[in-house]
Each structure stands twice: as structure tokens, then as C-alpha cells.
Design a protein around this ligand. Structure first.
Ligand SMILES: Nc1ncnc2c1ncn2[C@@H]1O[C@H](COP(=O)(O)OP(=O)(O)OP(=O)(O)O)[C@@H](O)[C@H]1O
Length: 357
């Protein structure tokens, strides 16, 4: 059986601001999530991710701004009339109800225009979404008999069941162990794409955000710092803070002079011409470290082997810097060796106070 694909809702946040008591924790959010798009909101703990999700779901009021779904304003509506599905962290299923009854829970026709009036219609819809998540044969079981990953698929089916076309996911994989997390994450992404739903997933896990989203919105201290594709966010972060949230970085103080910047490892190409003092930034895999003869610009002062990469501390022009870079071909470095760092791709330059060496 194939599941009817419903067009995902278009979600718009316009100047959305909210907080607790007199304290504003998210401010002035402007964002459009397109139909069928998967957006991840990435932020450190306390940056306001859950607050944003709760405001969209209708579980927390906005203090200013508007939230629209398909052009219709929903922020004045109670949660049950917004038609938005929510997949919370693990533990959200009713343990005393079967899988099917958990999924059917949201199909109660509280709204006079609800489509799921008859018992037969509701049962058919439950079957349909359980087919989608691959658990139709477990419909009569209690959730406790399912694995953590299967339980999260039931939670997803429950969120999809009313056919809202807009699904919010609040750190939905955080309670799963590391081995299971990657697999369930990939499954849920595929299921969401197949359902055609628009989704907003909040996470503090950068790999989760980069791997699952069409675009990632980075939230820093309650403000959107960058909304971009995973690739652009990773390789073209707009600030050092965004860069560090999106992955490991190597930073060096630099003076930009057009298409190059002068650094302690020499003149390096920039991806965008700039002028003035600031910081250059690469992802570790964009640099390579080699042993060289006497002409090397650095001396290795420390080596820490951590498997896929090696942390190399080196002294260049009297200053010590650390580079955690992948070392190819099992090359061995020892303290005292002359080494050279070569960029494999142009650096990103950010003007402003440079990083401490
Ligand atoms: N019910 C509440 N009452 C008062 N302050 C709150 C409440 N809930 C959250 N906060 C505060 O709002 C800020 C944002 O919290 P929020 O839970 O939205 O962040 P988060 O990014 O989801 O964090 P985490 O990743 O740790 O869940 C934090 O400073 C938090 O202490």
C-alpha cells in the first residue's frame, strides 16, 4: 500500500519573540520553511530551541510577532486547532494503549472540520501511517514491546496521522544509544520525505542537523545567526560562533589583503577577498600537515594520536598553535620534526579581533 502524499504546509515566522516572565529568550525570528522542506534548528543548550518549537506548536505563547501556516495565522489558536504534529523526546507514548491506539490518539474529531469522523476512517488512517513507518504488523502490541527506535517511529506515525503536513521534532533521537541513533535518524528522514510533510527538527547535535536537514537555522542566544544549506553552513559560516557550532575548526590570526591572508603558516588563499585584520578559518580536513626538510615553517612540539585524526601542536615563528588534522597514510610525526601545514581549500576570513594565537 502506498501512502497518499499530502502537500507539506508552508511555515512562516515573522518577528517571533517569546520568553518567560519578564525575560525574553528568543527574539525577532524571521523564517520561512517551504512545503516539504526539512529544517533543523541547531543551537547550544539554552539557546531557545525548545521555546521556538513550543511556540510553533501552541504550547507556549508568543510575546510578539506572527506564526503562519499556509498563509493562515495560527499563533492565536490553541495547540489542538493548529494541525501541527509534534514528535517529542522519547517516552511520549501512552504505555497502556496499543501502538494503533497511540497513533489514533490524535484523530479524535475535536475540530468540527476534522476529516476523521468515522471509526472506519480513523482505522484506515492508522493503518496507512503504520504502513509508512513499517510497523503495521505491530499495531496491537504495547509500546514497551518495541525497541527505542521503533517507539520513535510510532511517535512519528502519531504526529503524521492527522495529515497536518507540518511536523515538529524535539531532539527526537537523543534518548537512543549512539549505534541506533544514526539508523533511526536516517529512517525518520526518509519517512518524512516520503510523507511530503514539512518538518522542523531542533537539536544541539551538529551531525544530526547537517545529516537530516535541507537547511539548518543556527540559533545563538535566541537569535537566528544563519539559515543555510548544510554545505554552506559548514564551509561558509558567517561568524566564528556559527563555525564552531557547525563543526571542528582550525583558526589562525590573519591579515587579509585581497584574495590572500597573511598568517603564521604563510600567505593563504581566501574564498572571498577581504581586507584588514581578523581570523582565518578552515575545517580540519581542509588542511594537510606534512613532514618536510629544513625549509618547513614549523617545528612539531606535541603529537596526540586520536584515531582518524592526529592533534599536532607546532611552533611557528615562536608561537605555538594546535592543528587537529587528519593525517593520511599513517604518517608518523615526532616532537622536533619540521612540519608544514598546507591548505587544501581557500580559507574563510572573518574581520574583527583575531583569535589568540
Ligand atoms: N519554563 C521556563 N521558565 C523559565 N525559564 C525557562 C523555562 N523554560 C526555559 N527557560 C529558559 O529559557 C532559555 C531557553 O530555554 P530552551 O529550553 O528553549 O533552550 P534549548 O535551546 O531548548 O536548551 P536545551 O538544548 O538545553 O533543551 C534558557 O535560559 C532556559 O533557562
Amino acid at each position: 500500500m502506498t501512502v497518499r502524499k499530502r502537500p507539506g504546509g508552508v511555515l512562516e515566522l515573522r518577528g517571533v519573540t517569546g520568553g518567560y516572565g519578564g525575560t525574553t529568550v528568543v527574539r525577532d525570528l524571521d523564517l520561512t520553511v517551504g512545503s516539504g522542506e526539512a529544517l533543523a534548528v541547531l543551537g547550544a543548550s539554552g539557546s531557545g530551541k525548545t521555546t521556538v518549537l513550543r511556540m510553533i506548536a501552541g504550547l507556549h505563547p508568543v510575546s510578539a510577532g506572527r506564526i503562519l501556516v499556509d498563509g493562515r495565522r495560527v499563533d492565536p489558536l490553541p495547540a489542538q486547532h493548529r494541525g501541527i504534529g509534534l514528535v517529542p523526546q522519547q517516552g511520549a507514548l501512552f504505555p497502556h494503549l496499543s501502538v494503533a491506539r497511540n497513533v489514533g490518539f490524535g484523530l479524535v474529531p475535536v475540530d468540527p472540520v476534522a476529516r476523521w469522523r468515522s471509526r472506519a476512517e480513523r482505522a484506515a488512517r492508522v493503518r496507512e501511517v503504520l504502513e509508512l513507518v513499517g510497523l503495521a504488523d505491530r499495531a496491537d502490541e504495547r509500546p514497551s514491546r518495541l525497541s527505542g527506535g521503533q517507539q520513535q517511529r510510532v511517535a512519528l506515525a502519531r504526529a503524521l496521522a492527522p495529515g497536518s503536513g507540518l511536523i515538529l521534532l524535539d531532539e527526537p533521537f537523543s534518548a537512543l544509544d549512539a549505534a541506533l541513533r544514526g539508523r533511526v535518524r536516517a529512517e525518520v528522514s526518509t519517512l518524512l520525505a516520503e510523507s511530503g510533510a514539512t518538518s522542523v527538527l531542533v537539536t544541539h547535535d551538529r551531525a544530526e542537523a547537517l545529516a537530516t536537514a535541507d537547511r539548518v537555522a543556527v540559533l545563538i542566544d535566541g537569535r537566528l545567526a544563519q539559515v543555510d544549506t548544510p554545505e554552506r553552513l559548514y564551509y561558509h559560516p558567517v561568524s566564528r560562533e556559527v563555525a564552531q557550532l557547525a563543526g571542528e575548526v582550525v583558526l589562525l590570526p590573519a591579515t587579509a589583503d585581497g584574495g590572500v591572508a597573511h598568517t603564521t603558516i604563510g600567505a593563504v588563499p581566501l574564498d572571498t577577498p577581504a581586507r584588514g585584520s581578523g581570523t582565518v578559518l578552515w575545517r580540519p580536513e581542509s588542511l594537510t600537515v606534512r613532514r618536510v626538510g629544513q625549509e618547513g615553517h614549523g617545528v612539531c612540539t606535541g603529537v596526540e594520536f586520536v584515531g582518524a585524526s592526529t592533534l599536532i601542536r607546532m611552533c611557528v615563528d615562536g608561537t605555538e598553535q594546535s592543528f587537529a588534522v587528519p593525517v593520511s597514510g599513517g604518517e608518523v610525526f615526532e616532537v622536533g620534526a619540521r612540519v608544514e601545514v598546507t591548505p587544501l581549500r581557500p580559507a574563510v576570513f572573518h574581520a574583527g579581533p583575531s583569535v589568540p594565537a
